[in-house]
Design a protein around this ligand. Structure first.
Ligand SMILES: *Cc1c(COP(=O)(O)O)cnc(C)c1O
Length: 849
């Protein structure tokens, strides 16, 4: 019979179990295995069926099970223990408190903006690496007690889930996730009403944004939602999907995140009596419009644009995440103009002159508005996400800082990391704890006891993790084939897919061209021979999603799936659909080797390999991203990269090296067993990898670096800039410097003395025309080095020069001479002011003509 109508019935928890709801609403359970087990143990099947989402599971529990739990003394004791643990965690003073106690830095508080946050599978507001990084940032900030508030979007449909067609073509499905299904609560005002912020669109309509809040331990995550009945249809759709839709859709999302986000976090801080954020961290360019909103607020208070910009810059941190130019977020300039830059007052931030906004996002192509350039121009603090990525970013954005050497471009680097308790499987945690001598993992820089756990024990745990992966992979392969239309009768072979004792290579990441999912398929016969080696067999477990609009990516995926479908190899190379953080956890832990073969230097950092390290899986990678600064044969294998050849040759050479190393180095080491059946050398390598690399790739280390190197300095410069009188003076000085700069010249440079010798000093003098500026306004430097063939200076050293006279200005420096040979020298002049973090910031430099 058919239902006439339907309604939902939900379970109300009795008082004895009320703490379950509290535990479910703080996402800390997602990195506390005993809390996760508490939920899972209530009803394993229901737990899996509802996507490991405690909010939905608790609501769906049958009344009989609720009654059982309420009468189960052992369960209630565990529940009480978890509830007390959470309460104690939330109250304890942690690292940040120690770090800043009784200093001005105590007042620093950070608003962290990101388009996505990957915290758990059950909060579907992420797609991949950027989101997982942001999630790990918040979790680590919580563990360190750092005063961070996350700001993101609450997507009605999140990101897509992936299945395959019979032909191995990626299929996307979007599921609606009502906020009531998620671990989020409405942010309520004093009257108990959900807090909203509004944005006045240029077409006269008002966009209504509702605020939700998730708890990531002690860190709140504010999520903005436009899917409200008060909004017209097109506005409701703004926060529908992550990375879905056209440029117009994207700019609207970024407007909500940036402009709406600033208003939201301010309203939230006010309401909760928290400190207003003093530092604004833009995780990628997506939230760049936040700076425009903040400039607008300061201009509404009567400041000039230049003063407002100086204040915003003093307190903004910008992190760039891609060295691939095509990965940079750029809008058609007309589109930006339509929302933010039209004259006549009808814009989202009417206080800020249109031309100034357009200048902030300007790039080579006058038709484009570049969000990375916007981020860099709004932030006095900027970084890439690994050392090599820092180098590449300094080159990539050098044009914004003309006249200085690439290494002086003011973009630093903080290498990414992964949150240890989230990514280390519970079975592996005691190993790390032992290596670290039981100290607090969030604050220890070295794990000094690699031998703390015996080889047999370590190998046993590794075997357990591999077996767990194999069993999950079999389930996943079976489910995937059934979804592709296969009958059970055809699937007998799936029982024997993979082998828990075989060398297992993992590869999982977003399918984008530079990551080269199919590099391993360059020589299919060779790969098949390696997989089927009778003495030393190898198996691959692979996962990854292609962006729905990326047809090229979907083709690569299809090629891989087609290869994995072949009868000769299908039991030893498998593709697991719907890569997400839960699958990632099992993949990085159950694999023996984590393969990473991007085109160098296009992988900014990569983080999946770091997760692998935490679990004793060894790195097998191109020297790119994080591995470039840690590559070491004693802890992994490096595929030599080739440069200066065409793409095809490069791929062929690098694939050849991949096969060679796998066949001749990795597999023999894995299968070289002693009389106990132990691969002694392999286990040694695993130990070294965990102990040496582990602490360096921890997100806990990363967040401490952000605090020490960027947040606290930005907090300090923000406090200085908060003195409006000083900042107005700086802004007016800046105007004077720009106006005077055309008359600044290095008129002559001279070296005193006829025959300089090593051990002596060389006196250099320079006559500098300063126009309207004074000697205090400039930094004059001598640069010495070996003259190269093109007249450039090699191995240059920089020596600051001091004024010897006022007018005409003469500057002097004594340069110690320590090596014989040719010495080249020059002099340069840059503006100097206490408010500048780096002289290169202004892009004003003069050399002798
Ligand atoms: C860690 C992770 C990523 C990022 O992996 P990369 O190695 O940086 O490409 C992407 N997706 C998921 C689900 C992850 O867990």
């Amino acid at each position: 019979m058919k239902a006439y109508d339907s309604l939902s019935v939900s379970t109300v928890l009795p008082d004895e179990l009320a703490a379950l709801r509290m535990l479910a609403k703080n996402l800390r359970w997602s990195w506390r295995p005993s809390a996760e087990r508490l939920f899972a143990g209530i009803d394993e099947r229901l737990w899996r069926a509802c996507g490991r989402n405690p909010v939905v599971m608790l609501r769906s529990l049958p009344a009989s099970r609720v009654a059982e739990l309420a009468a189960d003394g052992a369960f209630l004791a565990r529940l009480r223990h978890e509830a007390e643990n959470l309460a104690a965690y939330l109250q304890s003073d942690r690292w940040f408190h120690e770090r800043t106690r009784a200093t001005e830095d105590e007042a620093t508080s950070v608003a962290y903006f990101s388009m996505e946050f990957g915290i758990t599978e059950s909060l579907p507001v992420y797609s991949g690496g950027l989101g997982v990084l942001a999630g790990d940032h918040l979790k680590s900030a919580s563990d360190l007690g750092a005063p961070v508030i996350g700001i993101g979007l609450l997507y009605t449909y999140g990101y897509f889930s992936q299945t395959l067609s019979r032909e191995g073509w990626q299929q996307e499905a979007y599921t609606e996730h009502p906020p009531t299904d998620l671990a989020v609560d409405p942010v309520l005002d004093a009257e108990g009403q959900q807090v909203h912020v509004a944005l006045g669109f240029p077409d006269g309509r008002s966009l209504d944004i509702a605020l939700w809040e998730a708890q990531v331990g002690s860190v709140p995550l504010l999520l903005l939602d436009t899917n409200l009945p008060t909004n017209p249809e097109d506005f409701r759709a703004i926060t529908d999907r992550l990375y879905g839709g056209d440029a117009e859709h994207r700019i609207r999302q970024e407007i909500v995140l940036g402009i709406g986000g600033v208003r939201a976090v301010q309203a939230y801080a006010e309401l909760r009596g928290r400190r207003q954020p003093t530092v604004f961290h833009l995780n990628e360019g997506h939230a760049g419009f936040s700076g425009i909103e903040r400039i607008g607020q300061l201009m509404a208070e009567g400041e000039t644009f230049d003063t407002a910009l100086a204040i915003v810059r003093s307190s903004t941190v910008f992190t760039t995440h891609t060295p691939v130019p095509a990965g940079i977020d750029r809008f058609d300039a007309h589109l930006v103009q339509r929302y933010l830059g039209s004259s006549g007052g009808h814009t989202l931030v009417p206080e800020v002159p249109a031309a100034r906004i357009m200048d902030l996002g300007a790039e080579d192509d006058p038709g484009r508005f570049n969000m990375a350039h916007l981020g860099l121009r709004l932030a006095q603090y900027a970084n890439g996400v690994a050392k090599l990525h820092g180098v590449v970013s300094r080159g990539m954005f050098a044009k914004l800082y003309p006249g200085v050497e690439p290494e002086e471009v003011p973009i630093g680097s903080i290498t990414n990391g992964v949150h240890i308790p989230s990514w280390t499987r519970p079975a592996m945690m005691p190993v790390i704890d032992a290596m670290n001598g039981g100290r607090d993992l969030a604050t220890s820089n070295t794990w000094d006891d690699p031998d703390a756990v015996g080889a047999e024990e370590l190998w046993r745990i590794r075997g357990e993790l591999r077996a767990e992966l194999v069993s999950r992979a079999r389930d996943s392969v079976r489910a995937s084939w059934k979804a592709r239309g296969a009958q059970d009768a055809e699937l007998g072979w799936v029982r024997d897919v993979l082998d828990p004792s075989r060398l297992t290579v993992g590869f999982a990441r977003r399918v984008s061209t530079y990551k080269r999912l199919t590099l391993m398929l360059q020589d299919r016969e060779r790969l098949a021979r390696i997989l089927n080696n009778p003495e030393r067999p190898v198996q691959f477990v692979i996962a990854g999603k292609a962006h729905p609009a990326d047809m090229g990516g979907k083709q690569l995926l299809q090629q891989l799936v087609a290869f994995a479908d072949e009868a000769g190899v299908r039991d030893r190379i498998v593709f697991l659909p719907d890569y997400n953080v839960t699958i990632a956890k099992h993949l990085v832990a159950g694999s023996d080797v984590w393969l990473n073969n991007p085109v160098r230097p296009q992988e900014a950092s990569g983080t999946s390999g770091m997760k692998a390290v935490m679990n004793g899986c060894l790195t097998f990678s191109i020297s790119d991203g994080w591995w470039d600064e840690m590559a070491d044969d004693s802890v992994g294998w490096t595929i030599p990269d080739t440069s200066g050849v065409d793409e095809h040759t490069r791929d062929a050479l690098e694939a050849g090296a991949l096969y060679d190393i796998l066949e001749h180095e990795i597999a023999p080491l894995f299968y070289d067993r002693d009389e106990r059946g132990l691969p002694v050398e392999w286990v040694e390598k695993v130990r070294r990898s965990i102990a040496i690399v582990g602490p360096k790739v921890a997100a806990e280390r990363m967040v401490r670096d952000y605090v020490n190197d960027l947040y606290l300095p930005a907090g300090r410069s923000a406090r200085i800039a908060a003195d409006r009188v000083e900042t107005r003076a700086f802004a007016s000085w800046l105007g004077d410097v720009r106006a005077a700069w055309s008359s600044v010249r290095v008129e002559s440079v001279a070296a005193a003395g006829p025959a300089p010798r090593t051990g002596e000093s060389l006196r250099l003098s320079a006559r500098v025309e300063l126009g309207q500026l004074s000697t205090d306004d400039v930094l004059v430097e001598a640069i010495v080095g070996t003259p190269g063939e093109q007249g450039d200076l090699l191995g240059a050293r920089i020596v600051q020069m001091s004024p010897a006279s006022e007018r005409p200005s003469e500057f002097l420096a004594d340069v110690p001479l320590d090596a014989p040979g040719r010495l080249g020298y020059t002099v340069r002049v840059q503006p100097k002011h206490a408010f500048l973090q780096a002289p290169a910031e202004l892009g004003l430099v003069r050399y002798p003509v």
